[in-house]
Design a protein around this ligand. Structure first.
Ligand code: MEV
Length: 287
């Protein structure tokens, strides 16, 4: 059956600034060439959801947006789900866009952001909004959660080559964010140091060596606030030993992925394969 409304949300990686962004520090997020598609068709009977996401919150999210009767929802994705690549934000953005397409409406980026955020909240409690913003817009984005609304500023980035190393299990974003909150004010110095690194990264977006070094430093600060794991530390080490310019956990941590900036993706991918680690290369995605 041909979908009557379709929508797409891009996946993302956080280059720098996760967790600190929740407390008003900036973050830099980058949309990548993977994402989620939603197709909607009308049918008789209860709304059904066919999805590779096994998380029951997916049906809750869908029913926040769609009526309980009359729709068939098909979700497809090439993002690893629940690994910090913004799969829930990509789903939210794709769903909002598919619904608008079905109604023959055009939504601008702000409208997509506003409509997708309640869905993202159903997954993650108190998200900063960075994942939704970059999923909707694509490209590289400076993001700050201000008192009077979020600052979302596009940034230029060079042809950076990335390798994603998958820990094989999901981190619980809401629990990790709550853990960092419980560790304040002790965590505040590390969170501020992450904010400083994000400012430095902004000037290094065309220099993989400088950017990589900042990522590795950011990882060290994320360890300090307790969101890394021995496995993620090992994956950072594995990527750097294979010649990556630098690496860090990306997303909430506790599992999820490690992101490496590299001039030699094949070398990092070979090292990952040799260690039995699932990994793939990706590049920035621009609208
Ligand atoms: C999750 O991708 C990033 C966090 O900073 C949470 C958020 O910004 O909502 C950990």
């Amino acid at each position: 059956m041909t979908a009557a409304g379709t929508g797409r949300g891009q996946g993302k990686v956080l280059l720098c600034g996760e967790h600190a962004v929740v407390y008003g520090h900036p973050a830099i997020a980058l949309a990548v060439d993977r994402g989620t598609d939603v197709g909607l068709t009308r049918h008789d009977g209860p709304t059904t959801v066919q999805s590779p996401h096994t998380d029951p919150r997916v049906s809750d999210a869908v029913l926040r947006v769609l009526p309980p009767e009359g729709m068939r929802v098909e979700v497809s994705t090439d993002l690893p789900v629940g690994r910090g690549m913004g799969s829930s934000a990509a789903l939210a953005v794709a769903l909002v866009r598919a619904k608008a397409a079905l109604a023959g409406e055009h939504l601008d980026l702000d409208a997509v952001y506003e409509a997708a955020m309640p869905i993202e909240r159903a997954f993650h409690g108190n998200p900063s909004g960075v994942d939704v913003a970059v999923s909707a817009r694509g490209g590289c984005l400076w993001f700050e959660r201000g008192r009077d609304g979020a600052v979302r500023q596009p940034l230029e980035i060079g042809d950076v080559q990335l390798v994603v190393l998958d820990s094989g299990h999901a981190g619980d974003t809401a629990a990790l964010v709550a853990g960092v909150a419980a560790g304040r004010p002790g965590n505040d110095a590390a969170l501020a140091a992450i904010g400083d690194l994000v400012h430095q990264a902004r000037s290094a977006l065309h220099d993989p060596d400088a950017l990589g070094a900042i990522l590795s430093e950011n990882h060290a600060r994320l360890r300090e606030i307790g969101v890394s794991t021995p496995q993620l530390d090992d994956l950072v080490q594995l990527a750097c030993s294979a010649g990556a310019c630098g690496a860090k956990l990306s997303g909430a941590g506790g599992g999820g992925i490690v992101l490496a900036v590299t001039r030699e993706p094949d070398a990092v991918l070979r090292a990952a394969e040799g260690a039995g680690v699932s990994a793939f290369g990706c590049v920035p995605w621009h609208a």
